[in-house]
Design a protein around this ligand. Sequence first.
Ligand code: ZN
Length: 244
Amino acid sequence: MATQLTQAAANAACWSCGQAASQLFCEACGKIQPARSADYFSVFRLPRKLHIDTAALERDFYKLSRKLHPDLFARATAQEQEWSTEKTSQLNDAYRTLKDPIARTAYLLELEGIKLEEQSRNATDTARQSGAEKKQVVPPDLLEEVFELNMQLEEMRMNKQMGEDDPGIVRDLQEARTKFEQKMNDLTAELQGHWTEWDALIPAGETEPKDQQGRARVRNLMVDLLNRRSYIRNLLRDVNEALA
Ligand SMILES: [Zn+2]
């Protein structure tokens, strides 16, 4: 389902009783509300913070899923049945995205107007001089390791073609895999540090940061980190393919 990023009014008037109604149901009369486009955080009535209590998120997800279950709308109007189906699908998308740390971060950046693929494509143009045939830019701190790894991968491929065995190369690649897996873990820890910075920018009772400078700064840190992470993930995929 397409992501809809308009900022829906949190409390539009209920179509049935006219009272202020939240995203899913009207608190006053309990009627299901029209399927407005909504960001995934507001589906769960959460501020756009990145540290999320995923156990609470799961409980909310099941609670809301039960309230939206089609069986409960068997005697409702066709319109209400349609809304319940649409909202169920919106709720599923929101839950799937928010429960996953990387998907959640990428989604927040999307809300901030950043498409990560675009980012890495632009970056590639500015750093093509590395000589690597990668679609993505090589993070500067990895240049040497990536250069070495590409040679090892090439050698491994040639060995395979010739039907030769070189335990030395296999061991080198296994070591490289361990090293890059460690880097992935380091990046995850680093990302959580950025989450803390981001969350601190959101004042109590607000859903978004007010400090625009801080917002841009932390946003850029997260973009850079996710790009580095996807670069390393691709390297690991190459290594695993070579070792398979
Ligand atoms: Zn109502």
